[in-house]
Each structure stands twice: as C-alpha cells, then as structure tokens.
Design a protein around this ligand. Sequence first.
Ligand SMILES: NC(=O)c1ccc[n+]([C@@H]2O[C@H](COP(=O)([O-])OP(=O)(O)OC[C@H]3O[C@@H](n4cnc5c(N)ncnc54)[C@H](O)[C@@H]3O)[C@@H](O)[C@H]2O)c1
Length: 331
Amino acid sequence: MRILLTGGAGFIGSACLVALLKRGDDVAVVDAFEDTLYDRHIKEANLRWARQHGHFDFHEVDLRNREAMTALLRHAQPELVLHLGAVAGVRASIAKAPYYFDVNVTGTAQLFELSRAVGVKNYVLASSSSVYGGNTKAPFAEGDPVAHPISPYAASKRAMELMAHADQRIHGGHVTLLRLFTVYGPRQRPEMAFHKFMRLIHSGEAVPMFGDGSTGRDYTFIDDAVAGILAAAQHPDGYRIYNIGGDRVVRLNEAITAIGAVVGRTPKIAPRPQQPSDVALTWADLTRARAELGYNPTTALHTGLTAMWRWYSTQTASAPPSSIDSRGGVQ
Ligand SMILES: NC(=O)c1ccc[n+]([C@@H]2O[C@H](COP(=O)([O-])OP(=O)(O)OC[C@H]3O[C@@H](n4cnc5c(N)ncnc54)[C@H](O)[C@@H]3O)[C@@H](O)[C@H]2O)c1
C-alpha cells in the first residue's frame, strides 16, 4: 500500500515505519525534526534502522508548508495517510498554546485539504488519552464526555478530532482517530517519564515524583501501540475513535519501583507538588478496539521495561526502533 506517514522520525512514527517496511508497504515519510521536546540527532538515529534495512522516501518538510506538501502528495499519491506528526508533550504545551494549535489543528486541517485533492480516502490519526481530561469515571470509554481538557496539548488533540469529524462528514471516506495511552518502550521520547526515570535511576540521581505517587497511568508498550495503529489502517469504517491502551493501570510509585528493578538500583525519590496539567488517572476501556480492530495488548510491564532498558543501556541506533525482533528473549 502507498502510505504517507507524518512524524515518521519520532518515537511512535519510526516504530510504525519499521513495521510498514517489513510488510512491504511503499512509504513516504514527512518529518520536520521539530525540536520543542528533543533534538534532531535523536530523531535521525530513530530512522537509522529503517534507512539501513528498507527503502522509503524521506521529506524533511514542515507539514504546514503548503507548497512542499502539495508537491510531495502529488508525487506520493498515497492510499492511506498515517498522521502521527504533532507537537506532543502536555507540560511543554502550557507555554506554547498557539504553536500547538497551529501544528496540531491547523496543520492537520491543511493536511486533509491537500490530501483530499489527490484522492486520499483513508486516514489514521494519533489522538491522545489526554482528551479525557480529569474524568473520574473509569475506565475511559470513547463515548465519555471530552469537553474539559486541562492542557493546551489535550485541547489541540480534541480540536483535531472535531475538525477531522467535520472533514469526514463533508468528504466521506474513512477517518480513524486513535486515543493513545502513554506509550513506552525503545526510543521513547527523552522527556517522557519512563525514559527520564531510567536515566536518573541509572545515574544515581533522585527521581522527581509529582504528587504522592498514587497517580495512575495506563501504559502501552510500543509494539502493542503499533499493532493497534496497523489494525486501524486495515479496518476503515467511516469516522471512528478508538482507545489504544495497555489494559492495566500502574501507579506512579509502582512504576518507579519497577524501573528500579530492571535497572538494578534502588530509586531515590525527590517529592514534588502535583502539576496542574497532569491528570490523576488514565485507564483505557478497550471494549471497542477489541471488538472492531481485534486489538489485544499483550506486553506485561516488566517485559516492556526490560526491552526498553536493553535498548537504553546499549543505545545502539542500528537496533530496530521497536523491540519486535528482540522480544523473544525477554518474554
Ligand atoms: N508517546 C505517547 O505516549 C503518545 C500518547 C498519546 C498521543 N501521542 C501522539 O502520537 C504521535 C507521535 O508521538 P511521539 O511520542 O512519537 O512524539 P514524537 O515527538 O517523537 O514524534 C512526533 C514527530 O512529529 C514531528 N513533527 C512535529 N511538528 C511537525 C511539523 N510541523 N511538521 C512535520 N513534522 C512535525 C516531530 O519532528 C516528531 O518527529 C503524536 O501525534 C502524539 O501527539 C503520543
């Protein structure tokens, strides 16, 4: 299949790229090496395995660049747009709300406009569990209220979902939104909690623990997330939203202990006040994704952390971004 993959140099995008190349898809990647959260050299390294083992077209282009996007879409003629490109990061969005909306909402609206013009009818977009805001009814189901995001990032993702709904109503075809729940594993973004905790525990520094450690997250291992993304691409069904989670809630203090166990050091804790943009709990109801996509996350926390630690401790950029090839050894 001919696929346009945005954000393909990022954490999740580069893992998807590997999976698509292994399937034999014809992939055009768009990424601007945007540096709000982390440096370009890390993203270059994310692409190294795909560059060595597969063939794909890479375009260093800002998805907001109308002229460049028009030209590359005409050339690529994709059947599927897999849109993972975005400025991510809840806390970083607080100081940059207009920019987050420009990339995540306006950039996505333009991507729809330009790709519709070359006949695209199937879209899979990365949304986020953060759209559930401070909801207290758990687990979170796709039909739950999502009108109260508590960060600009979350608001931008919800606005993107609404814009995508309008686009699908007008133009038809298939638009699938995936509400990803905290993804972890090899190549995780360096500012994300598990990566940061691994780095600090490994170097003997204190781990900042926001709140009392009781906040809970539904963590999704990267291979499970990629399986959900690929399943969504294969089950187009008009406008649909799916939760993609790991099917368990892990408390913050439990996560820190588990990371300490794989690193082999007892974590030191530096208590910090709860952050206003952080929600107390995320927990995915996977009923719909299971029934309609056949999504079934299988990776236990210890297994996923072991794979991530093995990647972290070697930092070999020639290893595949996802641990698909190496999971056998740790399961
Ligand atoms: N990692 C998670 O736990 C998580 C959870 C929920 C949703 N998501 C969503 O999944 C997607 C991928 O997240 P990730 O963790 O891999 O983040 P990432 O930052 O590693 O990847 C995003 C990529 O998009 C690119 N990008 C940003 N702005 C761009 C622009 N204007 N033009 C072209 N490229 C641009 C970045 O350079 C980056 O490589 C994002 O849409 C994110 O919002 C991620």
